[in-house]
Design a protein around this ligand. Structure first.
Ligand SMILES: Cc1cc2nc3c(=O)[nH]c(=O)nc-3n(C[C@H](O)[C@H](O)[C@H](O)COP(=O)(O)OP(=O)(O)OC[C@H]3O[C@@H](n4cnc5c(N)ncnc54)[C@H](O)[C@@H]3O)c2cc1C
Length: 479
């Protein structure tokens, strides 16, 4: 078995910084500390890094030249897309010696093939812009998440992002046909094939997807499109008990089959945070209910989603699985219902510190997970407020915990490690994963070795070594 590798990386000299800046053009090399700030801290201020230089290349060729030079000089490069990642992967370390490579200028939609159901875009195109390009072509790009206005397709691929439509369409990995990437030594790999089937040896595309910037820089991708649904119905329902969630999900699957495209759940507490802290959100129910579920049904034929949704809700009510419910009667109303779910992450900020866990367990074990995790949280921090929500149909719970009312934020956040340890212990005990969709980054790096076998860790290290022998790509992340 190979031992863990440490690489001797250098602090870039003034001469190297000047040469790197020339590659992208000095107007796209950010040296000013104030202008660097948006790239150096992440969304929740959990990681704040330092850098001598932020490079904003405009083409694959420029990325290639930057990497060739950085590799030769043994200088670390941290790729960054929309900076919405939730595990610190896109933020340079505090040493001030790592260079940030932002892909945000690479925003070309290179081609759209509506008939062939594919489109090729550069890494810096936002997810929302990819969706719009697909819609304009009369197709659907099904990846969707609350950060879609800011996150980039390069970041989505690098994290193998999930989101709210995985239930029906799969994760990012399922939406990718081909990749163009720059390797650590500057070599450009053009793997932009639009093939559904390609069994020609090891799948480099699948290795790069989910590699969080540690194996190569993704510069473009050919994405799979699907036919746009002709009819869609969205409902928000109130569920009377934790025990009713699973039977309701099974009923929805039984009665709508492949047309069930979302089944997102929220605890009453997170809904109350959304109502309190999100301007313009209106809740459709007068009464308080312990659980809420957002159900979406999408159908390829006109007027075919409502005939599935209405009997589903009627049957669920008859069985006591739903206490109240509303079906959106227009696209605007559907957006309003989705807004309740999408505002969940942001709304927690208004309640002080929150300790977040992005975990998955087998779907049928979600209720047991919630019971056990709540007990662990209360043991570690009496009075802390769990606010679980997430992608029920994927077994993916965002098991976030808000600080007890009145507690000092810093004091609560100091409990991150013992609390996560306790919650992840429950997850592992139930056969789950400590990272369902956000990745490992820096946040879960040290824990990875405790949940993967020695064989897996060793193979991962060897893969890293093969792709990046000098360890310049996003050091200290994942492994
Ligand atoms: C409000 C909110 C809601 C969210 N909801 C979801 C959700 O439902 N599902 C989900 O999975 N995630 C979610 N996220 C997390 C985040 O949006 C995703 O991880 C997203 O894929 C990150 O994309 P990005 O462009 O912002 O990447 P960044 O944050 O910039 O980077 C993320 C990682 O990818 C690497 N990287 C970025 N671009 C490249 C590239 N071109 N080549 C190689 N490596 C690269 C970075 O080094 C880093 O390790 C949410 C985040 C927020 C703030």
């Amino acid at each position: 078995m190979s031992q863990s590798q440490t690489h001797q990386l250098n602090t870039p000299s003034a001469d190297l910084l000047a040469r790197l800046a020339l590659i992208v053009g000095t107007e796209h090399a950010v040296l000013d500390p104030a202008a660097q700030q948006p790239y150096l801290k992440e969304w929740r201020d959990l990681y704040i890094g330092r850098t001598p230089l932020i490079l904003r290349p405009g083409s694959t060729e420029e990325v290639s030249q930057v990497l060739a030079l950085a590799n030769e000089a043994r200088v670390a490069i941290v790729p960054q897309g929309g900076n919405t990642g939730l595990v610190g992967g896109q933020i340079p370390s505090e040493t001030g010696s790592e260079i940030v490579l932002s892909l945000k200028r690479m925003t070309r939609i290179r081609s759209v093939d509506a008939a062939g159901l594919s489109l090729t875009v550069e890494a810096g195109v936002t997810l929302a812009d990819v969706q719009s390009a697909a819609t304009e072509a009369g197709r659907l790009f099904p990846l969707s998440m609350a950060s879609e206005g800011s996150c980039t397709i390069g970041g989505n691929l690098a994290t193998n992002a999930g989101g709210v439509a995985v239930l029906s369409y799969g994760t990012t990995r399922n939406q990718v046909l081909g990749i163009e990437a720059v390797m650590a030594d500057g070599a450009i790999w053009d793997g932009l094939k639009a093939l559904k089937k390609d069994n020609t040896g090891y799948d480099l595309r699948d290795l790069l997807i989910g590699s969080e910037g540690t194996l190569g820089i993704i510069t473009a991708a050919t994405l799979r499109l699907v036919p746009a649904p002709k009819d869609q119905r969205t409902a928000l329902v109130a569920v009377p008990s934790l025990g009713a969630l699973l039977p309701l999900f099974r009923l929805a699957e039984d009665m709508s089959g492949a047309a069930l495209t979302a089944f997102e759940f929220m605890s009453q507490r997170i809904v109350s945070f959304v109502a309190r802290h999100t301007p313009g959100v209106r809740l459709p129910f007068l009464h308080v209910h312990p659980w809420w579920v957002l159900i979406e049904i999408s159908h390829p034929l006109e007027n075919s989603a409502a005939p599935l949704m209405e009997p589903l809700l009627a049957e669920a009510m008859k069985r006591g699985l739903v206490a109240d419910g509303v079906i959106a009667s227009s696209a605007t109303q559907a957006r309003d219902l989705w807004r309740v779910r999408e505002a969940a992450s942001e709304a927690q900020k208004g309640e002080g510190g929150s300790i977040k866990h992005d975990v998955s367990v087998p779907v049928a074990l979600i209720p047991e997970f919630l019971r056990l995790a709540d007990a662990e949280v209360e043991r570690v921090c009496p009075g802390a407020r769990p606010v679980p929500f997430g992608h029920f149909g994927d077994g993916n719970v965002h098991y976030n915990v808000s600080q007890p009312e009145g507690m000092e934020k810093a004091k609560f956040l100091a409990l991150w490690e013992p609390m996560s340890h306790a919650v992840h212990g429950v997850v592992v005990g139930l056969g789950g994963s400590i990272s369902a969709e956000h990745g490992i980054g820096r946040m879960k790096r040290d824990e990875l070795a405790t949940v993967k076998s020695a064989v897996e860790i060793d193979l991962m290290r060897r893969i890293k070594s093969a792709f990046d022998p000098n360890g310049i790509l996003n050091p200290g992340k994942v492994l």
